[in-house]
Ligand binder design. Structure first.
Ligand SMILES: Cc1ncc(COP(=O)(O)O)c(C=O)c1O
Length: 393
């Protein structure tokens, strides 16, 4: 379906869903069929060669999955999008489809734990060099780009310490050296930030998180120009696809994306302000706080500051072992971005794959709590944190 232009809240509802659908169903049907049959060989050939619309085999394309791809494409205001079975599948496909032995990637120390593993373990095994820089040091990143770079890989705000990177500034530096720029936009979502508008070439998502929003489907997506997405799609049609049932759940979740993000932006900001003043809290990391070191960059490139924050409690790991079990309105789980509030220490969530030394090098204290604000009433969430923290008095 051709791209739709409208406000984000409208695109969340209608993106990928404006065409005629099976038997006039108003909701995108879940097409489980693995293959699509044609009565005559000429039509089959035209579809197989991309000269006529249609589908051949669901690893390549599927109507339900296509609707999901069109919706995220519209929300990111991209020319094209393709989907993956998870966020990590989207990230690995991007790296393996675009890089060759001898290439150099410049990235940050604070990327998601799984991405970090790809950088440290998998890419070097294929002869690809990765230079990880201090996340908040734009000048150092620029210097490393100038030393040679095929791909600049960014994630902002970061997981779990909520650092913010100036996408436009670094995209300019990367393009000046002929490098491509990929940005993981999982935390911000297109409601809060559109990296393609800031100069990025590829936007990546773990759709498992905010896009789906209900923690009931894994998925990933990449958005960008038609030419770049064609290269990623070529890898993914060989490697495996998003399942139609997951695409359906993601599509349904995305209809409320703008509403959920508006609520989560507002609640996370109130909670961050409240935590900042609490005597048992050592530090709060949230880009919406004025004293956040990159608040000015966040203001300039984000429409809202997101639902993710992290905080360290005085007393470290022992203190969070006391307070987290006392929260009534939070899952203690390795997930984020859903309608329920979810909490967990990064040592059991985003950075569980990392050694204690790697976490320390990434500036992640063992007593840090990652807090994914849900859509509950913020007064209940604050009261819940208050009663849990009282156990430390
Ligand atoms: C920022 C970010 N990117 C990518 C991923 C990986 O996504 P998935 O679990 O869907 O593979 C995650 C998972 O938590 C994440 O937080």
């Amino acid at each position: 379906m051709s791209p739709l232009k409208a406000q984000p809240a409208t695109l969340a509802v209608w993106g990928g869903e404006t065409g005629p659908s099976y038997e006039h169903a108003t909701q995108v049907p879940v097409v489980h069929s693995v293959s699509f049959g044609y009565e005559d060989l000429d039509t089959w050939e035209a579809v197989a060669l991309g000269r006529a619309p249609g589908h051949i085999y669901s690893r390549n394309s599927n109507p339900t999955v296509r609707a999901f791809e069109d919706k995220i494409r519209d929300l990111e205001a991209a020319e094209a999008a393709t989907s993956f079975s998870s966020g990590m599948a989207a990230i690995s496909a991007t790296l393996f489809a675009l890089l060759r032995p001898g290439d150099r990637v410049v990235s940050i120390k604070d990327s998601y734990g799984g991405t970090h593993k790809l950088f440290m373990e998998f890419l070097p095994a294929f002869g690809i060099q990765v230079q990880l820089c201090e996340t908040a040091n734009a000048a150092q990143i620029e210097t490393e780009i100038a030393r040679g770079c095929r791909l600049l890989y960014l994630e902002t705000p970061t997981n779990p310490t909520a650092k913010v990177i100036d996408i436009a500034r670094l995209a300019r530096a990367a393009h000046a050296c002929g490098a491509l720029v990929a940005v993981d936009n999982t935390f911000a979502t297109p409601i809060n930030q559109q990296p393609l508008q800031l100069g990025a070439d590829i936007v990546l998502h773990s759709a498992t998180k905010y896009l789906g929003g209900h923690a009931d489907a894994l998925g990933g997506a990449a958005c960008g120009s038609s030419a770049l997405i064609k290269r990623l799609f070529h890898f993914r049609e060989i490697n495996g696809a998003l399942s139609p049932m997951d695409a359906y759940h993601l599509l349904r979740g995305m209809k409320t994306l703008a509403l959920r993000i508006e609520r989560q932006n507002a609640s996370a900001l109130s909670i961050a302000h409240w935590l900042e003043r609490h005597p048992h809290i050592e530090q709060v990391n949230y880009p919406g706080l004025e004293r956040h070191p990159q608040h000015a960059i966040a203001r300039s490139q984000m429409r809202g500051f997101g639902g993710m924050l992290s905080f360290s409690v005085r007393g470290g790991l022992e203190a969070i072992k006391v307070i987290l079990p006392r929260l009534r309105f939070a899952h203690r789980a390795a997930n984020l971005g859903c309608v329920e509030t979810v909490v967990g220490p990064p040592l059991l969530t985003s950075h569980v794959e990392c050694s204690a030394e790697e976490r320390a090098a990434a500036g992640i204290p063992e007593g840090l709590v990652r807090y994914s604000t849900g859509i509950e009433a913020v007064s209940d969430l604050i009261a819940d944190l208050e009663q849990a923290l009282r156990a430390l008095d």
